[in-house]
Design a protein around this ligand. Sequence first.
Ligand code: NAP
Length: 313
Amino acid sequence: MHDVIVVGGGAAGLTAAIYACRKRLRTLVVTLDIGGQTNLTEHIENYPGYTQKSGPGLMKTFEEQAKAFGTEFVFGKAQKLEKKDKSFLLTLTNGEKYDGKTVILAYGKVPRTLGIPGEEMYLGRGVSTCATCDMPLFKGKNVAVIGGGNSALEAAELGTKFAKKVYLVHRRDGFRADEITVDKVKSASNVELVLFSVPAEIKGDKFLRHLTVENVNTKKRRTLDVDGVFVEIGYAIDTDFVKHLVELNKEREIIVNDVGETSCPGIFACGDVTQILYKQTVIAAGEGAKAGLSAYAYLQRMEGKPVVKLDWA
Ligand code: NAP
């Protein structure tokens, strides 16, 4: 029986584990990978304490810190969560089961897809949802990046360093990304903005060769000769395995209060899986710290021990 089971090994989950372990709670992280979405960012310039660090580099530091405080790790995908009398039973897709007195949900989101013809067929053969992983494969080639948020603009910026030409396809002319990144992309000589346009179809032979886009106003279509299409249109959430236990909002994000408690006592949540605004590594880490401390306070209460006030009076 673990005191805390953390589902997810990104910035939120690893920070929750660090805080729980430092309270001498036996803590298990169940995760598909270490680092989560932060791994997908080539250069992190907005995590205080590091002027520049790679996403995977930063997450490696989190992992080492969690391990140093005694966090246990199991690699696998959570499939089922059941509430028992005084604990929770987590079942993984491989059938393994783990008991925890508390659970911290910190498993983030998965990349959203376009749902257009050819996308699935060319996934891994030109279609990618990870520019950091795959952009270097397109050295000297033409690529298209879809989206107007930080992920897309960062992918496009990375593309300027490898690809011959980067088409940035966005469905309107305003960007959600940070202005600093937008400016870098706009000033690059090998970027063409394809605005008010949405992808309609992906075609190729053995590998992807063409992306057809449609102008949302005129409905006119244009075919771009590209070898790579980077789908960077945000992330979707998979809360199906917990929806019977915790309250969700209409985006299916887990609703937490300001200390990471869900509607179910003993279950906490943090990071991108929650409704908390500004999906940033630094915020996920902060929310993870709160969830770890809240799990500790909950266990203290359950065991009839006084809850030590953690903040300065
Ligand atoms: P996002 O901010 O939700 O942006 C998604 C973009 O894709 C939007 O521009 C959206 O267009 C477009 N889009 C969505 N569905 C589409 C569809 N079906 N077809 C065409 N376009 C579509 O997602 P994100 O860029 O992945 O970022 C997610 C979160 O992580 C954000 O909070 C972001 O700030 C954060 N992030 C931060 C960093 C960093 O700080 N270094 C790096 C990466 C991500 P509309 O604008 O028209 O809705």
